[in-house]
Design a protein around this ligand. Structure first.
Ligand SMILES: *Cc1c(COP(=O)(O)O)cnc(C)c1O
Length: 473
């Protein structure tokens, strides 16, 4: 260990910063384990949780561990690593220190009295996060109950790809009809899956009611919280059991990475007969005496993420790269600040769009005509997010002219970026949907989706105004 003089960091100790100590500082991170997170605010957690510089040569910025493998050290240590008996890294597909900081930080952003010890696992994309979470819950022969109001790729995967792989999906027609979920649950249903705030129409799900329905049937509620972000909504607070993110979007927030994250509350009991995949002894999890063990035995506090690691990352392999984890960590440091500004920009755009005759309707949870105002007041008191959709009140030809005429807005299939983005989802991000699925999702061809960035709202409005003028000229 180093014997260099080390200045006490005010963040890490309460001793005077003038005192120069010859001792190695205590390896106490500011937020050593999950319980203390609850005592810290969101903005403290987003910059500090999960990282102890003293464990990384006192590097202030989280180091990028760009390495495939980690030295096993000794035969005894190799036994522990391969026997899932140590959290130390072994091979980057199965764990990496940079990725681990991201996982701990995002988990900490979800901690609270309702979920004192959440855990997270980072993956190579939001689609990998959704896929692994749903397959993990479904096990063999299980079905997932959801609705059409989802990210386009998800609906397509549900109706065409997942069934090919043995995962059955049931879709309720009206995503707001709680009785429809209740009626559609069968003995094979293993999870309810919803977007807390939907892409692109910003419908707000009644998470508490959905969690009650799921729990009454002994199954989990899995929530895609990508649009809301953990800053605006912590689904665990309302009974959700698993939260998934496309970290590609607001968590990283700079349009430079593809990533996903699954977070589990740590409060759901997977020991029931509904989820045999967590209680079955597995040979590859055997102990030193060749006795097969179960997921619940090895990952007692984080069985959901543990099984994603041991089964899906291990064998299907959508691992996040350390460099990409670093980029997301950088983004997470400013998450709340970016989201606050984006919410303010979204509100400004909503007010402006509502007053323009070339706009047929505006879809945002706090918009004047929104049917989700009450749910937004309950679930999104800090703001309703950075996406605003509206109906273009012109011909198809005029709509295309409008899209071609915007200058400041990026015409891109992305959201949650620092830059403001615009798109026509029915013809792009949601093109996979059949006309029937599009109708069930409420997605009409006139829909224009805006993703608010960090620019001056006056400039964004002026650019839309000139593009509308050109389109209708
Ligand atoms: C983008 C997105 C996804 C897919 O995430 P990728 O990182 O692109 O794989 C899933 N859900 C929602 C709500 C999204 O916006």
């Amino acid at each position: 260990m180093t014997t260099e003089p080390v200045q006490g960091s005010p963040a890490l100790s309460s001793t005077s910063t003038d005192a120069v100590s010859l001792e190695t500082p205590q390896s106490e991170p500011l937020l050593p384990d999950v319980l203390p997170y609850i005592q810290h605010g969101f903005e403290t957690i987003q910059v500090q949780a999960g990282y102890n510089a003293a464990e990384h040569n006192h590097a202030v910025s989280v180091p990028i561990y760009q390495t495939t493998a980690f030295d096993l050290g000794s035969a005894e240590r190799a036994d522990a690593l391969f026997g899932f008996e140590s959290d130390d890294a072994l091979y980057t597909r199965m764990g990496n220190p940079t990725v681990a900081v991201l996982e701990q930080r995002v988990a900490a952003l979800h901690a609270g009295a309702f979920a004192p010890a959440p855990t997270a696992i980072a993956l190579a994309s939001g689609m990998a996060a959704i896929t692994y979470a749903l397959f993990n819950a479904a096990g063999r022969g299980g079905r997932i109950l959801t609705n059409y109001r989802l990210y386009g790729g998800t609906v397509d995967a549900f109706t065409h790809i997942y069934p090919e792989l043995g995962l059955g999906i049931d879709l309720v027609e009206d995503a707001d009809d709680l009785a429809a979920y209740e009626a559609a649950i069968t003995a094979d249903t293993r999870a309810l899956f919803v977007e807390s705030v939907s892409n692109p129409l910003m419908a707000v799900a009644d998470l508490e009611a959905l969690a009650d329905i799921a729990h009454a049937h002994g199954i989990v509620l899995i929530v895609d919280n990508t649009l809301a972000t953990p800053y605006l909504l912590n689904p665990f607070e309302y009974g959700a059991d698993v939260v998934v993110y496309s970290a590609t979007k607001a968590l990283s927030g700079h349009g430079n990475v593809i990533a996903g994250i699954v977070v589990e509350s740590g409060t759901f009991d997977y020991a029931s007969d509904t989820y045999p995949q967590f209680s079955q002894p597995l040979w590859f999890l055997r102990d030193g005496n060749d006795v097969p063990r179960t997921i619940l035995q090895i990952f007692s506090t984080n069985p959901f993420c543990g099984r994603i690691l041991a089964v899906y990352l291990n064998y299907l392999g959508a691992a996040l790269s350390p460099f990409d984890a670093y980029l997301i960590l950088q983004g997470v440091e400013t998450l709340s600040l970016r989201v606050k500004k984006q919410v303010a920009n979204a509100q400004a755009l909503v007010s402006w769009l509502e007053g323009d005759s070339r706009v047929a309707w505006v879809s945002y949870p706090t918009a004047t005509e929104s049917p989700y105002r009450d749910l937004a007041a309950k679930y999104l008191p800090r703001g309703a997010g950075s996406i605003v959709s509206f109906g273009f009140a012109g011909t198809e030809q005029q709509k295309r002219r409008f899209l071609d005429a915007v200058r400041l807005w990026g015409y891109q299939a992305n959201i949650g970026d620092a830059r403001s983005l615009i798109i026509n989802p029915a013809e792009t991000t949601h093109i996979e949907l059949t006309p029937a699925a599009r109708a069930a999702a409420g997605l009409r061809s006139e829909t224009i989706r805006l993703s608010l960035g960090l620019e001056d709202s006056a400039d964004l409005i002026a650019d839309l105004a000139q593009a509308l003028t050109q389109a209708f000229a």
